[in-house]
Design a protein around this ligand. Structure first.
Ligand SMILES: Cc1cc2nc3c(=O)[nH]c(=O)nc-3n(C[C@H](O)[C@H](O)[C@H](O)COP(=O)(O)O)c2cc1C
Ligand code: SF4
Ligand code: SF4
Length: 301
């Protein structure tokens, strides 16, 4: 039996989840390959008995580059895949949206899992509501999930169709479904801050180009090209060692307290279901000290 995991992970949370799922599948089948989304471009998936696709939640759904990856897949009728995600507070439609797109390619989505994880966003405070996650106990469950997917895949191939368990929107609040639909590429292109590279501060280290998942940056162009194209992951801005990537974050900073009020509701509901555990006191969040200000302060000192 051959299994493969395809993973998009920028800050390592989804990769932590993937590694534990990989361990679980490998306990059943001896080996489970793992590639990044970048390495998976153009791969042939027909040879695999089971594939898992994992990513973070971005704007209450899968990131645009993951949607593009699925869109570019050939028809894989009869193949068995599963989906997984890490997320900061409310993942909304992420798993269901991926599963629907995979199903449209003929793929049977046999299961899903997710973990709460730390979130780094330039306009939000850090530490944030889920700092400290993913928890070891959640990652242990991910290992069990990997084992189950391997076993179920064999049983489903043998005709046990009742084991197919695609994700559902059971707990997604309505506001998250609406936001997932509204925050499309066109809307984000208008709503998100425009970045610029301050050439006085840029040391041309190339890190932003290297980390951009969609080749949206060229620092050798005159003027440097940035956010063309863009999936609004903010990875370049939060990683630049010189804080040379500048943006007006003020509008998003203003939205943070209202967004966090609903995150508290969704996290309290998840706690009541036994899915989430508070590791910090939300009263201690400092909205006046968002991450981009912390970064600038760190650079100065
Ligand atoms: C651009 C962006 C959008 C995000 N949107 C959401 C979201 O809608 N819901 C959520 O729960 N977390 C959201 N997050 C938090 C990430 O899903 C979370 O930090 C995830 O664990 C990151 O995964 P990684 O470490 O594998 O990159 C967002 C993070 C970024 C950078
Ligand atoms: S990461 Fe920052 S310093 Fe490095 S090339 Fe990009 S903008 Fe310049
Ligand atoms: S330009 Fe920056 S924000 Fe846009 S996709 Fe690339 S790394 Fe992400």
């Amino acid at each position: 039996m051959k299994a493969l995991l395809v993973v998009f992970s920028q800050t390592g949370n989804t990769m932590k989840l993937a590694k534990r799922i990989q361990e679980g599948v490998a306990e059943e089948w001896g080996i489970c390959e793992l590639v990044t989304l970048h390495e998976a471009q153009g791969m042939a998936f027909e040879g695999y008995d089971l594939v898992g696709l994992g990513c973070p939640a971005f704007f209450y759904k899968e990131p645009f580059n993951v949607a593009d990856f699925i869109e570019a897949l050939p028809n894989l009728a009869g193949k068995r895949w599963f989906v997984f995600a890490s997320h900061g507070s409310e993942m909304g439609t992420t798993l269901v949206s991926m599963a629907n797109k995979l199903t449209a390619k003929g793929i049977e989505v046999i299961g899903s899992t997710h973990v709460y994880a730390d979130a780094f966003l330039p306009f939000y405070p850090h530490p944030t509501v889920t700092t400290g996650h993913p928890l070891e106990k959640d990652l242990d469950l991910a290992c069990d999930f990997g084992k189950r997917m391997a076993r179920n895949s064999v049983a489903i191939a043998g005709g046990q169709k009742d084991l197919i368990d695609p994700p559902a929107l059971t707990y997604a609040p309505d506001w998250s479904k609406k936001e997932a639909a509204v925050l499309n590429r066109e809307v984000l292109a208008k709503a998100m801050p425009k970045f610029s590279i301050n050439q006085d501060n840029c040391i041309e280290c190339g890190l932003c180009e290297e980390l951009c998942p969609v080749d949206g940056i060229d620092i050798s162009a005159d003027p440097p090209r940035i956010q063309e194209p863009c999936i609004y992951c903010f990875m370049c801005a939060k990683s630049c060692p010189e804080c040379a990537i500048e943006a007006d974050w003020s509008k998003l900073v203003q939205l943070a307290p209202a967004n966090y009020a609903r995150y508290l509701d969704t996290l309290n509901a998840a706690e009541a279901r036994g899915e989430f555990q508070w590791m910090m006191d939300p009263e201690t969040l400092d909205f006046d000290d968002p991450m981009y200000i912390q970064q600038a302060r760190k650079k100065k000192s």
